[in-house]
Design a protein around this ligand. Structure first.
Ligand SMILES: NC(=O)c1ccc[n+]([C@@H]2O[C@H](COP(=O)([O-])OP(=O)(O)OC[C@H]3O[C@@H](n4cnc5c(N)ncnc54)[C@H](O)[C@@H]3O)[C@@H](O)[C@H]2O)c1
Ligand SMILES: N[C@H](C(=O)O)[C@H](O)COP(=O)(O)O
Length: 338
């Protein structure tokens, strides 16, 4: 049994100075979005209207307090307004603390709506983390903020495209800190969470590749001991729990095999180990998914792109893919419950 009506998806507007509002408007003009879900934007009326005007989109805003239990009419855009930004706080390419505070409220409200079951999932447009921190909200990104809001200890960042999925053991960390943060517990927790949520939403028995930290898996200790001393035991522990994990595997060749189809996801030790190959293949349509949360959250795989903001030329493909994936995950969850 699926939904009686399409799943409700809260779409947070992202940094008002970036491309978020315009890629949302472009996405909402796409037939496939309304065919898959009932979106409600959490954001700012003036900023959204500016994006509609910029793109000359045939859309009109309906302000809502609660998620309506009917599909929007053709061209109707549901907006839950949470800010009323002044002109100086919505200038293209100029992030401000007021904008950073607004995005914090959009994300917090979307998470609350998900936790209360008023919407089925959330999809986020890009934020500027520096602006959010300047407003006093000290989080490296959405992922860590949502983990705190939902009381989640074991959360994992996944970026996914049709050819490759990567998950990360460490996320927004200085590279110099990574070796210290790659611990047995963290690697094992990442494998478990990746396995659990991939099985729940994407593929019944995930085949997981676990990458080495060092070149050639440390070459017997010549280039580091983490692979043999930490990652290998964590993979063995996961295998003893019945998880189909293999590793540590040399990162340089592994992506070639994963893209050929040998693995359903690649577990990477640090941000750019995974995100460089992912964005190389899927910059246009990749989706960022936070695994391990009690709610469904997806996002674009790119940032605020200030160099494009206000020009109307930024691609909406990743936003479209993120909203559609959130809706698909909500349907899978609903079907499982029934
Ligand atoms: N999900 C998120 O909220 C998220 C993700 C990544 C980066 N960020 C934030 O965004 C800000 C800028 O980061 P950055 O410069 O590293 O990355 P960025 O993704 O904003 O820009 C990198 C390059 O990609 C281009 N680009 C990005 N999105 C595009 C799109 N939709 N269509 C066409 N071209 C696009 C930009 O023009 C730029 O040349 C930072 O504050 C960063 O923290 C947020
Ligand atoms: N690491 C992500 C990327 O490069 O796409 C990005 O920073 C998003 O992080 P949050 O989803 O935590 O904001």
């Amino acid at each position: 049994m699926g939904f009686d009506i399409r799943p409700a998806i809260a779409v947070t507007m992202g940094d008002p100075a970036g491309i978020g509002p315009e890629i949302i408007v472009k996405s909402m003009a796409r037939r496939e979005i309304l065919a898959s879900c009932r979106p409600v934007i959490i954001g700012d009326r003036s900023v959204l209207q500016r994006a509609i005007d910029l793109l000359a989109a045939d859309l009109r805003i309906t302000t809502v307090e609660e998620m309506p239990d009917r599909d929007p009419a053709s061209g109707e855009l549901y907006l839950k307004p949470l800010s009323d930004l002044a002109p100086q706080d919505m200038e293209y390419g100029k992030p401000t603390a007021a904008g950073g505070d607004a995005v914090f409220r959009y994300i917090t409200e979307a998470a609350r709506l998900c936790l209360k079951g008023e919407v089925d999932a959330m999809a986020t447009a890009p934020i500027n983390k520096e602006a959010m921190n300047a407003a006093g909200h000290h989080y490296p990104g959405h992922t860590e903020l949502l983990a705190e809001l939902t009381g989640t200890d074991n959360f994992v960042m996944m970026l996914a495209g049709s050819r490759l999925r990567v998950t990360l053991v460490t996320i927004h960390e200085a590279l110099a800190d990574v070796p210290r943060l790659v611990t047995f517990d963290k690697v094992l927790a990442t494998i478990r969470t990746t396995n659990g949520d991939l099985a729940r939403y994407f593929t019944p028995r995930p085949r997981l590749a676990v990458l080495a930290l060092n070149p050639h898996c440390g070459e017997g200790g010549m280039f580091g001991n983490e692979d043999q001393d930490i990652i290998r035991p964590a993979v063995e522990a996961a295998r003893s729990e019945g998880i189909d994990a293999t590793g540590p595997l040399s990162a340089d060749t592994l992506f070639h095999l994963a893209v050929k189809g040998d693995y359903d996801a690649v577990i990477c030790m640090y941000h750019d180990q995974g995100l460089i190959p992912l964005k190389l293949l899927h910059f246009d349509d990749g989706v960022n998914v936070t695994l391990g949360l009690p709610i469904i959250r997806t996002s674009v795989d790119h940032g605020t792109a200030y160099n494009l903001a206000g020009k109307g030329i930024a691609s909406e493909e990743s936003m479209v893919a993120a909203i559609k994936m959130a809706a698909e995950m909500a349907v899978v969850r609903q079907t499982r419950k029934a």
